[in-house]
Design a protein around this ligand. Structure first.
Ligand code: ZN
Ligand code: ZN
Length: 586
């Protein structure tokens, strides 16, 4: 099924290239693969300049051409024929050289009058199958992704088998634009990324910090209930720590340069693991101490390429809800299941109920620590745990950590987009490298197993996803401001102040809008700020009561940010309702 869609998308990229060549005969087409949600084609337009305004014209040409594309005929040709055919296109000539060097066959594919050098992967009858497509955007892209090469024009498009699927995807794109966390983060004053601080360095503004603190409280409380012990560790440590862990050898391109302090070299931490190993090693451990779950909400620092930084979603420091579980080998499966339960519990709280797991396994091409026996064992343990739980999962080669297989959770947000979040990793290497031990029932020295886990992944990334998931309308427990107090006129300011005092005494976060403007303006402003409850206080609510009487028995009129009028309610009953809602994270 997936292949069919890829073939449809790739064939539509041929159609795009064909239309471009009809309209811009001097363009040089290069490569056009299918991608997640669509396809692109990289093209050298030479002296012609094109912009997104030209896309409808190209799309129209595609619709004309496709009528005559009743087949995609492939055939193998000789090097000489290929060189002759593509003699005006230096990019294709370069590809032909490469294919020849590898000793592979050269194939071309023809539809209508269009011929492309291609290794295949097409649908049978474009005129029947390519119906529901759209060109989306234009970007610059270096030839072969190398910045020393020429910058080409990349045209992105998408295509689906049915109109419904195309419409849904286009809706999703529109909706994603409206929900962009960078835009909402600015409007709601959640975070800043000042260039004076540096690229990819994020400051949580007061309102964003409230959201983060509430999530941290949830994590600490819930983990404490589940037997985790929380620690604090430094942000730098001796380089030797990460040499021992193996990060220095295999993860260095993500780490910042060492600095010298006294006589030693130090690193800003890219991972917390070595510190938690030290906690384990600080005492003699027995089998009775296990499992030992050491947890920390800790910021680590990782180098991301400037071009890959993106708002709060990708920054150069991430705060993990990290933990290292040290256990006996016979406890691995149960501990793993415990982490699953906790992960699912957390996701449900955020209304993320659609998810699946991806089991990252080794790829033959990359470097890993340890021997096969240990790897096979870890992989087997994880599969056992997933299957015991009956969870959906896919296997993915090349997504393992360098010290062991890992399991990632992929979530779907409110508009159906997928995000990779939390991760669980089984590790038999680090305990060995750090010489971790425990004494078993028979007084013998044993090596513990280790599980690394961060259910939410990075708080920066997770909150960015939440902003888009909720479109800024956070549930009550997370809302930076929970109640806007809106007096109908200046006459009710004293009572409004009293109300503010009462709410604050009850740990509710309020905004008191006494500005001299109309009630409808105040309502509009509070609604734009996505404040869940708007409390209106006027003649009917005050009803001639003194401040003391009002505190005991007063009324408030409630509206929601969705525009619903909930009518009048007793203040104390309202507070009770809110607290119940907060306790249940709804
Ligand atoms: Zn092709
Ligand atoms: Zn770790």
């Amino acid at each position: 099924m997936k292949n069919n869609l890829d073939n449809l998308r790739h064939t539509t990229s041929h159609l795009l290239a064909a239309a471009v060549l009809e309209l811009y005969p001097y363009a040089r087409i290069t490569l056009g693969p299918p991608i997640e949600n669509g396809f692109y084609y990289d093209i050298d337009f030479g002296n012609d300049k094109i912009s997104e305004e030209d896309l409808p014209k190209i799309e129209k040409k595609m619709r004309q051409l496709v009528k005559n594309w009743t087949s995609v005929e492939g055939k193998e040709i000789s090097i000489d024929e290929a060189k002759k055919l593509f003699k005006n296109n230096q990019y294709k000539l370069e590809l032909i050289e490469e294919i020849t060097k590898k000793g592979e066959k050269i194939t071309i594919y023809k539809s209508g009058n269009f011929i492309d050098l291609c290794r295949g992967g097409h649908i049978k009858n474009p005129s029947q199958e390519i119906k529901h497509f759209k060109l989306l955007s234009i970007a610059g892209a270096y030839w072969r992704g190398n910045e020393k090469n020429k910058m080409l024009t990349r045209i992105y498009g998408t295509v689906f088998p049915t109109k419904e699927e195309l419409d849904k995807y286009l809706w999703q794109l529109e909706e994603a634009k409206k929900r962009d966390h960078k835009k909402i983060g600015k409007e709601l004053k959640l975070f800043i990324l000042p260039q004076d601080v540096g690229s990819g360095l994020l400051i949580w503004s007061p309102y964003g910090a409230i959201i983060r603190r509430k999530i941290e409280e949830l994590i600490i409380n819930e983990q404490t209930k589940r037997g985790y012990l929380h620690v604090y560790t430094p942000h730098i440590g001796k380089k030797t720590l990460w040499q021992t862990s193996g990060h220095w050898d295999l993860y260095r391109d993500k780490m910042y340069a060492p600095m010298k302090i006294d006589e030693d070299e130090y690193l800003v931490k890219p991972m917390n693991c070595p510190f938690h190993m030290m906690v384990y090693k600080s005492e003699l451990r027995s089998y009775k101490d296990l499992p030992l779950r050491i947890a920390e909400i800790a910021t680590v620092y990782r180098y991301e390429k400037a071009g890959e930084l993106s708002g709060m979603l990708r920054v150069r420091h991430i705060t993990q809800d990290d933990s290292h579980i040290f256990c006996r080998e016979d406890q691995v499966v149960d501990e793993f299941l415990g982490v699953f339960d906790y992960m699912i519990y957390l996701l449900n709280i955020f209304g993320l109920k659609d998810y699946y797991f991806r089991l990252g396994l080794r790829s033959p091409k990359e470097k890993y620590l340890g021997n096969d026996e240990i790897w096979i064992k870890a992989e087997k343990e994880i599969v056992k745990a997933i299957e015991k739980k009956g969870l959906n999962y896919i296997k993915s080669e090349g997504d393992a950590a360098f010290y062991g297989p890992k399991l990632d959770v992929i979530i779907k947000d409110a508009i159906g987009r997928q995000w990779q979040c939390g991760t669980i990793q089984v590790d038999f290497m680090l305990p060995e490298r750090f010489g971790l031990e425990y004494i078993d029932e028979n007084g013998k020295i044993q090596r513990p197993a280790l599980i690394h886990r961060a259910p939410l992944g990075s708080l920066e990334r997770f909150v960015a996803i939440l902003i888009e998931h909720y479109a800024g309308a956070f549930p009550l427990w997370l809302s930076p401001v929970q109640i806007a107090i809106l007096p109908v006129s200046e006459k009710f300011v004293d009572h409004a102040n009293k109300l503010a005092e009462i709410f604050q005494k009850n740990n509710l976060r309020i905004e008191n809008n006494f500005e001299n403007e109309t009630l409808s303006k105040k309502i509009r402003s509070a609604t734009l700020k996505k404040i869940p409850y708007l409390v209106i206080i006027g003649e009917k609510e005050v009803n001639g009561l003194s401040l003391e009487e009002y505190e005991k028995n007063g009324l408030v009129a409630i509206r929601t940010r969705e525009g619903k009028d909930l009518g009048q309610i007793n203040i104390n009953q309202f507070i009770l309702n809110l607290n119940r809602q907060i306790e249940t994270f709804s």
